[in-house]
Design a protein around this ligand. Structure first.
Ligand code: TIU
Length: 225
């Protein structure tokens, strides 16, 4: 594969013209706190098993992306141990008994350095892959992601991870406003709510691709093979 050669990926609302050398795989928040019992997702009352179907497609896409020598970046949602970057409004949202920063089965919830904050072992970052620690839902807010992408001449993003309508959507909207073309493989993003998964994907590709394109990981794998 010539990484600078444009390849067409089957997608909606129309084919995506992928330039592998200019495209990063951005994996959003595949953390134990969202995908395993006892973390932040479960604390909010969610069924974490809904998200686990995304692990294997992400693992395959990540392996292929690495084999092709392309850019990979990961994000993690979480806060400093002193919680100085945690807005009070975020801390008390939900009126739950347990809050961000409290101790749960996987350590302090959504706090950097705690076991629950880690990316799941199936998708562990390599030392060469930037990990963006973000205090918000969007990966561009209060992070150096945009600078890293610009330094590496990235113009396109394949956005995967969890959850579709929260951190994935917020990140795609932020990226779109900054001029990036975003492609979302639907089997690699997940929501706790099946109806939000479906509508969230429709919202991206509606109106001529108002925020981006939606595809399947198999189409992306075929394009970079
Ligand atoms: N609650 C929920 O669906 N998601 C989040 O809080 N964060 C992310 O989406 N990563």
């Amino acid at each position: 594969m010539d990484r600078h050669q444009r390849v067409t990926v089957e997608a909606e609302p129309y084919p995506f013209e992928l330039v592998p050398a200019q495209c990063a795989l951005l994996i959003i928040d595949m953390q134990r706190d969202f995908l395993e019992a006892g973390g932040f997702g479960a604390m909010l009352g969610n069924d974490v098993s809904q998200l686990r179907r995304t692990i294997e497609p992400n693992r395959r896409l990540l392996a292929a992306w690495r084999t092709a020598g392309l850019q990979v970046m990961h994000t993690r949602e979480g806060h400093r141990p002193d919680l100085s970057d945690l807005p009070p409004a975020k801390k008390i949202r939900g009126r739950g008994k347990t809050c961000i920063g409290d101790v749960g089965p996987m350590g302090r919830i959504l706090v950097r350095g705690e076991p629950g904050h880690d990316i799941i072992p199936e998708l562990s970052p390599l030392p060469t892959e930037p990990v963006i620690d973000k205090p918000g839902k969007g990966a561009f807010f209060a992070t150096d992601l945009h600078a890293i992408l610009q330094n590496r001449a990235i113009k396109q993003l394949i956005v995967t991870g969890v959850t579709t309508e929260v951190c994935v959507h917020t990140t795609i909207r932020e990226a779109n406003d900054r001029g990036y073309d975003c492609l979302v493989p639907e089997d690699c993003v997940g929501s706790y709510f099946p109806q939000f998964q479906e509508i969230g994907l429709q919202m991206i590709k509606a109106q001529g691709g108002i925020f981006g394109w939606v595809s399947q990981s198999a189409h992306i794998l075929a394009a970079i093979r």
